[in-house]
Design a protein around this ligand. Structure first.
Ligand code: XBP
Ligand code: MG
Length: 252
């Protein structure tokens, strides 16, 4: 088994449970601010999450629900403007400390740093969203914990395409055999699988029922000492939470 050198984290749904009460709320505030009567319910948003990328998700919504919609000016510019407003609302939620990290995330990041592992991020979301999430929860210096932050439009195709993981691997100068990816969704797992990355999935309320065939481990969350994870797929050698010791035993 090749030596494990880096952990590559997805953001939304993995580092933090951001979608239902974060991004979805920000989209609805942007729609209201634009004078649009669009409201994405928790249920509808769960369906729209099949499409990654906020701008792509707005376009998908229009094609699916409002095919007759006539934007003022070009559709591209209209969507970009709406998405910019949504991002401002989302960043405000992050600045207000409304979105915390999932259980075990801070502990695992700190353990990985102490163990000399390289950290990276590979996400579909807008880069500023990553910076604000990390700063709000781990402090300003935490940005420096990550050797690579691959985010948003830096690649032509978003998840489930593997492009963002290929981008991260290239900038890490590491082969996938030396890395372990963390994801929360089927789209994310399809992207990591296409990038030949072993993957740990931590599900959330939107993704629990999705198909995670091929994942090396599927958990309900990373767990903490005294707060055991639930193992949905894979072997954990008797462990009750995911730490560097278990990662080394399972992944080298
Ligand atoms: C999740 C996404 C993102 C967010 C919204 O990204 O698909 O599009 O839902 O963020 P990941 P933006 O799970 O890869 O972190 O509106 O900035 O796209
Ligand atoms: Mg995700």
């Amino acid at each position: 088994m090749a030596e494990l050198k880096a952990l590559i984290f997805d953001v939304d749904g993995t580092l933090a449970d951001t979608e239902r009460d974060g991004h979805r709320v920000a989209f609805n505030r942007a729609f209201e601010e634009a004078g649009l009567d669009w409201r994405w319910s928790v249920e509808l948003y769960g369906e729209l999450l099949d499409v990654t990328g906020g701008k792509e998700r707005i376009r998908h919504y229009l094609e699916r629900e409002l095919p007759q919609f006539e934007p003022p000016g070009s559709l591209e510019e209209f969507i970009a403007g709406l998405h910019g407003s949504k991002t401002e609302h989302y960043l405000r939620l992050l600045r207000e400390g409304q979105i915390g990290l999932r259980p075990g995330v801070e502990r695992l990041l700190r353990e990985a740093r102490e163990a000399g592992l390289t950290l990276a991020i590979a996400t579909t979301t807008t880069p500023a969203n990553v910076v604000y999430l990390l700063e709000a929860n781990l402090g300003r210096e935490s940005i420096e914990w990550f050797s690579v932050i691959a985010a948003g439009d830096v690649v032509p195709a978003k998840k489930p395409a593997p492009d963002i993981f290929h981008y991260a691997l290239t900038h890490l100068a590491l082969g996938p055999e030396h890395c372990l990816a963390f994801e929360d969704s089927e789209n994310g797992l399809r992207a990591t699988t296409a990038a030949e990355l072993r993957t740990v999935v931590t599900v959330n309320t939107y993704t629990r029922g999705q198909d995670f065939s091929g994942a090396d481990l599927v958990l309900d969350q990373l767990g903490e000492p005294g707060r055991p994870f639930e193992v949905l797929q894979g072997e954990v050698d008797g462990a009750t939470y995911l730490d560097i010791d278990l990662i080394r035993r399972l992944f080298g």
